[in-house]
Design a protein around this ligand. Structure first.
Ligand SMILES: [Zn+2]
Length: 439
């Protein structure tokens, strides 16, 4: 029944946009009504039968399409999340296997996803054997990951926000490199390579934090990239940054500070989100050290709405918040935070564990088949190739991660958002558009 709905949707879209005999002089972009940006099918001189079937989702604003979102489409998705009371999982990925698991989970949950790379994750994506002077490997690795996401997201038929995680002051050359890549991509395709970047200057004085964020937001806004800024400190340790000894008052943002950020950044653009601190901690620790206080977000929304007066939005939630360090949090706290305008929640520790646990369980199950190339409990001459083939253990890791992300999607109330229904397997339902490949 659900499949039938999808089929009808695709046919309806074909009827509206795609003639039976596709003219090679018309690009998929013009069929989509998008900006003139060329297209893989045109470049390769291929017909565009399936590309033209892709367009919109039944339950989402028209701008939101399968593949990587930026500009207004990204804003429309984030506003939809705030309006409808869900947050989008933002998962740190370090390999194409991890990315594929995210895309599979998104399709399975009929929902959007945010895929993000840390600087260390970007470097790993490019290969740890490569020299990373001036963050060259991290820049190239993130670009490589971005092309993988762009190519595959459309195959899975899900909308994706392609993001980079914490960027401290010393890492700014990494973001500079990625912005240059996005600017070049924009010249060719009319959209940036990445959807958004986080700049985390929470270690610096707030004035400097805001000033540098304004400079970057100015550059990003020109090509439709969104800025995520951090205010206050996320406790704990992640990707080599250790904040576990910070004084406890640094772990809670003040409404006045959030207003200061809001007021200053709004002078440049509304394309920003705030990772405010409300007692969140990276990593999973035994409970009791730091208390999560989602009400800090609520108080900030009230404070800013009051300051804005008539100009405050109707929902009285002017700020889009990002939730870092949510691993191990109570679902009640997570959902309370969503009610106060959290539209993105980062997931790293929990999917690191799920990926590893998949491999661990695979090894436990097939231990006796994984000790030598030949010889197992079935006989001394039996080959073990089908067990130690890396695809087997990696797939076990992916399956376990897709399952774990199902829990995140449920916790974040981010299921059945697209309106396509469930599919099993999560294969290509909408057809390729242009794969976001370079011209
Ligand atoms: Zn974080």
């Amino acid at each position: 029944m659900k499949i039938a709905v999808v089929a009808f949707f695709v046919i309806a879209q074909c009827g509206a946009f795609a003639p039976a005999h596709y003219s090679r002089t018309v690009t998929s972009s013009t069929l989509l009504g998008a900006k003139e940006k060329g297209g893989t099918s045109k470049e390769l001189d291929l017909p565009c039968a399936d590309e033209c079937a892709i367009s919109k989702y039944p339950n989402l604003p028209e701008s939101i399409h399968p593949g990587v979102l930026s500009g207004q489409a990204q804003m429309d998705l984030l506003n939809h999340a705030k309006e409808h009371g869900y947050a989008i999982p933002a998962v740190n990925c370090v390999s194409n296997s991890g990315i594929n698991a995210c895309l599979e989970a998104a399709r399975k949950n009929d929902a959007p996803i945010i895929i993000q790379f840390s600087s260390g994750g970007s470097q790993f994506y490019g290969g740890k054997g490569l020299d990373n002077s001036n963050y060259r490997a991290a820049i190239a690795g993130a670009v490589s990951g971005a092309f993988h996401v762009r190519t595959m997201a459309e195959q899975y038929g899900v909308p994706v926000i392609l993001h980079t995680d914490h960027c401290a002051k010393k890492l700014l050359p990494w973001i500079d490199g990625l912005l240059s890549a996005s600017e070049r991509y924009y010249e060719q395709h009319g959209e940036p390579l990445f959807s958004s970047h986080m700049i985390d200057l929470s270690e610096e004085p707030i004035e400097e934090n805001i000033e540098i964020c304004k400079e970057y937001l100015t550059r990003m806004d020109k090509i439709g990239i969104l800025l995520e800024m951090e205010l206050g400190i996320t406790g704990g340790e992640e990707d080599g940054v250790d904040n576990s000894d910070r004084p406890i008052e640094d772990l809670y943002s003040k409404p006045e500070e959030i207003y200061q950020v809001y007021e200053e950044l709004m002078k440049i653009s509304d394309k920003f989100t705030v990772a405010a601190a409300f007692g969140n901690v990276h990593g999973v620790y035994s409970p009791g050290n730091v208390k999560l206080e989602p009400k800090i977000l609520s108080r900030a929304q009230d404070y800013i709405s009051e300051k804005l007066g008539d100009k405050a939005p109707a929902d009285k939630k002017p700020v889009a918040f990002v939730f870092h360090g949510g691993s191990g949090s109570d679902v009640a706290d997570i959902q309370e935070a969503i009610g106060y305008g959290v539209i993105k929640m980062n997931i790293d520790t929990d999917t690191q564990w799920s990926y590893w646990e998949g491999i661990k369980n695979f090894e436990t199950k097939y231990h006796d088949y994984l000790q030598t190339q030949i010889g197992n409990p079935d006989g001394p001459d039996k080959p073990n190739k089908k067990y130690y083939d890396p695809r087997e253990s990696m797939r076990a890791a992916e399956v376990n991660t897709v399952a774990r992300l199902g829990k995140s999607y449920a916790d974040l109330k981010c299921q059945n958002i697209l309106g396509l229904g469930e599919v099993e397997p999560a294969d290509n339902v909408l057809g390729p558009r242009r794969g976001g490949l370079p011209v």
